[in-house]
Write a protein that binds this ligand. Structure first.
Ligand code: PLP
Length: 459
């Protein structure tokens, strides 16, 4: 591609993005396609000869975009809604252009140092301890897997060479994200050695049940090694009592990991830091800027106060990657499974500079305020009940009828193409769930979702 061609198509792509982000509501939020529809519309085999960019861009519009579920749509309120903000998109674009591989300081000095600088800024903005080490992985699932691997290393340094010794045990609440269990599978601890600790009426881990479970495992000759507390659980955004869990972790010598994948971003707003009490005592913590900090997927930030343990778990330097030791030259490949690493810090740096801490805090505050308004409306309608407290920007509620009726409400609302909500099961009953987290979502969008839900209930 010549520079002139690149410029022409580049402008076209940027124009497309600018129009798209200005009016994502022109599209149905949930892709109105059937499984396999796009596959069937595309050629079965890749082209032998190269094609014109015009044809490729036209097919993007004609075939790909109609099969997109639009996370940028202001009516996207399913799962954890997110935002791929414009400064973040520009950072992503430039990172793709530079295409550095951040395995070593030498292979990518700017990517390495910008990662250290942005994570130092974020650590300050979120009031985490100043001596914590930060690294960016792709997802919270991988971040938590690394926490469990570090816990394994701390509990049994031979596991690296001899394989995971049987009997290591990981603890998390029954509301914890499935990634904790997957992490235990990945590092060889095994699903049978993940204890799902019961929760209280507000879906928070019960510390007494945690202590009981640890004692039982010790009595059975097992080796408790890690507990994962969640600040902002996936279904309800409940907050585990981290201070009490930290006491127990300390008493029994467990690695304490905090999964704040969703809610961690909210620490940039000081009035929400109550939710993070005790987190400074953790051995590691994950938060996902790609969930709520306006960062295009993917970007998961992992902090640990014991980087030496993480390094001991994973450092493996082949001759062809050996470089002179310099205390200021961090080689991020030493702190995890991936060797090749994208320049994810660039988009985060763009976002942090463009919005500033206050700007980001205000956007998140607005999301929380919208959720609180919706929660009050739900409470005021006797046909509905809230099924969990609403500490942040997710509202869980149900129509006071059968599970089937609630699922039908969800289906009808989603079929409008105006909003996309999801559901979960709480205390054995199907629950609707509205998650506010997109920058474009305003009061009228939340109101529209609520109106559609009530209309569906009427019907
Ligand atoms: N932890 C929590 C609390 C989550 O809610 C999620 C996803 O929603 C994850 C971890 C997994 O995040 P990721 O998709 O980045 O692996």
């Amino acid at each position: 591609m010549t520079p002139d061609e690149f410029r022409r198509y580049g402008y076209q792509a940027i124009d497309w993005i600018a129009d798209y982000l200005a009016h994502p509501e022109r599209y149905p939020v949930l892709a109105p396609v059937k499984p396999g529809q796009l596959t069937d519309a595309l050629p079965a085999h890749g082209p032998e000869a190269g094609e014109k960019m015009e044809a490729i861009l036209a097919d993007f519009d004609r075939l790909v975009v109609p099969a997109i579920t639009h996370w940028n749509h202001p009516g996207f309120m399913a799962y954890f809604a997110n935002t791929g903000s414009q400064p973040g998109i520009l950072g992503e674009l430039l990172a793709a252009a530079l295409n550095v591989n951040g395995m070593l300081w030498r292979s990518a000095p700017a990517a390495t140092e910008l990662e250290q600088v942005t994570l130092r800024w974020l650590r300050e903005w979120t009031a985490l301890p100043p001596d914590w080490f930060g690294i960016i992985y792709d997802t919270a699932s991988l971040s938590s897997m690394h926490a469990i691997a570090a816990a394994r290393e701390a509990a049994d340094p031979h596991s690296r060479t001899r394989g995971t010794s049987p009997g290591l045990v990981v603890y998390a609440s029954e509301q914890a994200h499935s990634s904790i269990e997957k992490g235990a599978i990945a590092v060889g601890i095994g699903q049978d050695h993940v204890r799902k600790i019961p929760v209280d009426a507000e879906f928070r881990m019960r510390p007494a049940a945690l202590a009981d479970s640890i004692r039982q495992d010790l009595a059975d000759g097992l080796h408790p090694c890690c507990v994962s507390a969640t600040v902002g659980t996936t279904s309800t955004t409940s907050v585990d009592p981290v201070p009490e869990i930290a006491d127990i972790a300390e008493q029994y010598g467990l690695w304490l990991h905090v999964d704040a994948a969703y809610a961690g971003s909210l620490m940039v707003a000081p009035e929400f830091r109550w939710a993070f009490a005790g987190c400074h005592r953790a051995d590691s913590l994950v938060t996902n800027p790609h969930k709520w900090l306006l960062t295009p997927t993917d970007c998961s930030v992992f902090y640990t106060r014991r980087p030496d343990v993480l390094r001991a778990a994973f450092s493996l330097v082949p001759e062809y990657l050996r470089t002179a030791a310099d205390p200021r030259a961090v080689n991020f490949m030493d702190y995890g499974v991936p060797l090749g690493r994208r320049f994810r810090a660039l988009k985060l740096w763009f976002i942090m500079r463009y919005y500033g801490r206050q700007g980001l805090a205000n956007i998140l505050r607005a999301h929380v305020a919208l959720a609180q308004e919706l929660a009050a409306q739900v409470d005021a309608d006797p046909r509905f009940e809230r099924t969990a407290p609403t500490p942040f920007s997710v509202v869980c509620f149900r129509y006071q009828g059968t599970d089937e009726q609630n699922k039908r409400i969800e289906e009808r609302v989603n079929a409008t193409g105006e909003v996309f909500i999801s559901g979960t099961v709480l205390n054995g009953r199907y629950t609707l769930r509205i998650a506010i987290g997109n920058q474009a979502t305003q009061r009228q969008h939340v109101q529209r979702a609520w109106d559609l839900i009530r209309e569906a209930a009427d019907r």
